[in-house]
Design a protein around this ligand. Sequence first.
Ligand SMILES: Nc1ncnc2c1ncn2[C@@H]1O[C@H](COP(=O)(O)OP(=O)(O)OP(=O)(O)O)[C@@H](O)[C@H]1O
Ligand SMILES: [Mg+2]
Length: 577
Amino acid sequence: MKAENIRQNTENRYQKDKTVQMKAAGEKNRSGLKVMAGLIGMIRPLLGFMLLAVLMGCTGNLMATFITVLGGYGLLTAAGLYEGMSLGLIFTCILVFAVARGILRYAEQSSNHFIAFKLLARIRHQVFAALRRLAPAKLSGSEKGNLISIITSDIELLEVFYAHTISPIAIAVITSVVMTVFIGRMHPAAGLVAVCGYVLVGIVIPVLNSRAGAGSGKKYRDMFGDINTTVLDNLYGLEEILQYGQKDGRMAAMALETERLEAVNGKLKKDESRQRIVTDWVILLAGIVMAVVCGYFVQAGQMRAAQGVICVIAIMSSFGPTAALSALSNNLNHTLASGRRVLDLLEETPVVTEITGGEAVSSGDIHCADVSFSYKDAGAETAGVLENFNYTFTPNRIHGILGKSGCGKSTLLKLLMRFYETDDGKINYGGADVNRINTTALRNHIAYVTQDTFLFHDTIENNIRVAREDASRDAVVAAAKKASIHDFIMSLPKGYDTRLGELGDHISGGEKQRIGIARAFLHDSEVILLDEPTSNIDSLNEGIILSSLKKEADDRTVILVSHRASTMGIAQDVLRM
Ligand SMILES: Nc1ncnc2c1ncn2[C@@H]1O[C@H](COP(=O)(O)OP(=O)(O)OP(=O)(O)O)[C@@H](O)[C@H]1O
Ligand SMILES: [Mg+2]
């Protein structure tokens, strides 16, 4: 019974999440062709290499076909049915083609991969730039797993597109045209049979196959992203899961997601084998039809027997590039789904746009006038978090903010950081509108200690230094002293060089917070925003931090959110929200 409930819950959550995600992402339903065009557009800087790869691919494939065709001529010559070339010339040509074919294949593949990996590097760069634009609003959502699968597997899959899709399409088109002309010169009807064969194998089958599997490809990629999210959730939440006996439920949910993924994967594999079987049959059929047609015209005296044989050999040995194209359609669904997700991310409009070439940030009052704001997550607007909020934070003072949980204190700090833009009203720094101040300058002007400090897998020193990269060791130590964390750091065997990864989870909540505060002291900016900075810190250490803060506040604006009366004690003004 319990397992059944869990399954049902997972099912409901899954359906709900899907609609919410679709709305949130404002998903563009771009067609496969548009995705291809978007991806091809990125090749421009490497067009020369692409043309070279296509040229080598065409020559190589034609040589491979003509090795068989020349073999046919050889047999006909030996049988005395053909006199156009000597046997010696034919075998020399076959030998040269065979060697050249190998070299050309290698060169084609290596330039394709050169293009692919150069492009992947560029795309990764663009994706990280996009994440920078979209953060932090994007990263605060529940989409981390999805983002991870875009950064890792989706971009990786585009290799298939750049190395194994574009040039094969061009190669298939060009070699098919050449072979049609070659066969058509013997008899137009034979040429027509060839065209039909190439179009069926190279266009009709892949298009139908893609169409049949289009939904599954995208579904597979999306589900893969969802599983990533679930795995991350389970890893991060391991302690809660064990504590509250959620193990079975979580396992069942995970199993259900895996089952779904397997089902979609199964469908994709089925499509793939069907495509292969149909392609092989069509190639065989083309050979038979060609033999019948040529036989008819040979009988009718419109074609020589040798020509008929060559036509059949030529068509049977020339399906390599088109068959490869047909096989591509299986991966194409995966590839286009990945391409679509990458392009969507690259083109997503950020909640706030970075400002460059705007105003410098000026000192003075921070003035909030009639500020209203609500989160527009998940397509549905939440009720107003802030409504007509008015307040002025004057410099050289410590401003305390009190208010019940969820009333919007952290949100106000995020608006001051311009992580989000206000819906209505204005925030001004010394008269300059926050929406016109250069973003980098604004963030440099403010030190922001969030409610939970994130620590990187790096040394403690570097973890503090993220606040000011050029800071000396002495400055880092001074900041650590102000944040009352120096003694703790010195008690570690490697002191400031201790890597936080080595400590694992052994660092306490209060120690983490103090490292966050040390960062703020090191950042040395005019405005300091502190969101519950001392919630996990004992009164002795709190006292040290607060007295450092008091000294620092002399020529700064400090805004301090706290529920603790002892912390609020140092505030000179208190705002009740
Ligand atoms: N990224 C978000 N998307 C949607 N809603 C959010 C988001 N962040 C916060 N909220 C909601 O906005 C409201 C205000 O949140 P906020 O974090 O500002 O509260 P707070 O006053 O800092 O509370 P606390 O004292 O518990 O830290 C809450 O109802 C919260 O659920
Ligand atoms: Mg808060």
